[in-house]
Design a protein around this ligand. Structure first.
Ligand code: NAP
Length: 256
C-alpha cells in the first residue's frame, strides 16, 4: 500500500522522486523501491523524519507497537503524520508517536492502479493546508472522502476497505457458475470481469440508481428475472447485510 502511494504521487507529479524518502525494515524491498521509482531510501528512522512535511506510516498493525517507540519524540510541530494502518485510532498513533497532527486513512487495494477509495479523518491539530496536502496525496490513489468522525472510518473499513474482497468472491462465483454451464474458464473470466467493470462504470457514468439500471435489463418472465429470483431467494441481500455488520464489528473490536 505504501508503494501504491509512492506510485500515485509520482504519476500525478505531486512531487519529485528526490523529495520522497522511504524507510523499510526489509533491505531488499528498499532496494527494489529505489530501483523502480528513483526515490531516496534509508534504513535509519532518524534521517527519514527531519525535513519531511508529511510522514506516512504504512506498516502492518502487528508491527506498529515495535515501531512507535523508535519514532516517538522525533516529530516537530508542523509535520503531518498520515497513518493507513487498519484498526488503529488517531489517539493510539498520537500517543505512541508523541505527535498531535495525525490523519487516519482507510484506503483499499485498487489504489495500486489509481482506482482506490480512501476515507480519511484528521485530528483537530491538522491545519487546512495539511488537509489539502492529504487530499492531493489520497486523490492520487483514486477517490477520497473526508469524514468528520473516526466512527465512519470503521464503517468504511467494512464497505470499501474489505469491499474489493467481497467483489472478488462474487467474480469467482460468477466464473464458476459460467464454467458449470459449459463456458471455457478463460472466456468465463473475461465475461465476468468485463461485466463487473462495465456495470460499475455504467452506474457511475449515468448517475442512475442501481435499482433503475437493474429494472432496465429485467423483462418480466425473462432470463435476468429468472437469475435474479434465485439470488433473492438465496438471501443475497441478507448475506451482504450480515457480512458488512460482521466486518464493521471486527473493525471496532480491532480499534479498541
Ligand atoms: N492492503 C490493503 O488492502 C490495505 C487496505 C487498507 C489499509 N491497509 C493497511 O496498510 C498497511 C500496510 O499494509 P500492506 O498490505 O501494504 O503491508 P506490507 O506489504 O506488509 O508493507 C509493510 C512494509 O513495512 C515493513 N515494515 C515492517 N515493520 C517495519 C518497521 N518497524 N519499520 C519499517 N518498515 C517496516 C514490512 O517489512 P516486512 O515485510 O519485512 O515485515 C513491509 O515491507 C497495514 O497497516 C494495513 O492495515 C492495507
Amino acid at each position: 500500500m505504501g508503494e501504491a502511494m509512492i506510485r500515485g504521487i509520482l504519476t500525478k507529479e505531486l512531487t519529485t522522486p528526490q523529495d520522497i524518502i522511504v524507510n523499510d525494515i526489509n533491505a531488499a524491498r528498499l532496494g527494489s523501491l529505489k530501483a523502480e521509482y528513483g526515490i531516496r531510501i534509508t534504513d535509519d528512522y532518524g534521517s527519514a523524519i527531519p525535513g519531511s512535511d508529511v510522514v506516512v506510516i504504512a506498516v502492518k498493525p502487528q508491527n506498529l507497537a515495535g515501531l512507535m517507540p523508535e519514532l516517538k519524540g522525533r516529530f516537530i510541530h508542523d509535520q503531518l503524520v498520515i497513518s493507513i494502518i487498519a484498526g488503529t485510532s488517531i489517539s493510539t498513533i498520537s500517543a505512541g508517536l508523541g505527535h498531535r497532527s495525525v490523519i487516519r486513512v482507510m484506503p483499499n487495494t485498487p489504489a495500486q492502479i489509481g482506482q482506490g477509495m480512501s476515507v480519511w479523518t484528521a485530528s483537530e491539530e491538522v491545519s487546512q493546508q495539511q488537509q489539502g496536502i492529504a487530499r492531493s496525496i489520497l486523490g492520487a490513489l483514486g477517490k477520497e472522502i473526508y469524514v468528520p468522525e473516526e466512527k465512519y472510518i470503521d464503517m468504511a473499513t467494512a464497505v470499501s476497505g474489505s469491499g474489493p474482497a467481497y467483489i472478488f468472491l462474487v467474480i469467482e462465483a460468477l466464473v464458476d457458475a459460467a464454467v458449470n454451464i459449459g463456458l471455457h474458464h478463460e472466456m468465463a473470466e473475461e465475461l465476468a470481469l468485463q461485466t463487473v467493470l462495465g456495470a460499475a462504470c455504467l452506474a457511475r457514468e449515468t448517475g442512475k440508481q442501481p435499482k433503475d439500471l437493474r429494472d432496465m435489463v429485467t423483462s418480466p418472465g425473462g432470463t435476468t428475472a429468472a437469475g435474479l429470483a434465485k439470488l433473492e431467494d438465496g438471501g443475497l441481500r441478507d448475506l451482504f447485510m450480515h457480512a458488512v455488520i460482521a466486518a464493521h464489528e471486527r473493525a471496532r473490536e480491532l480499534g479498541r
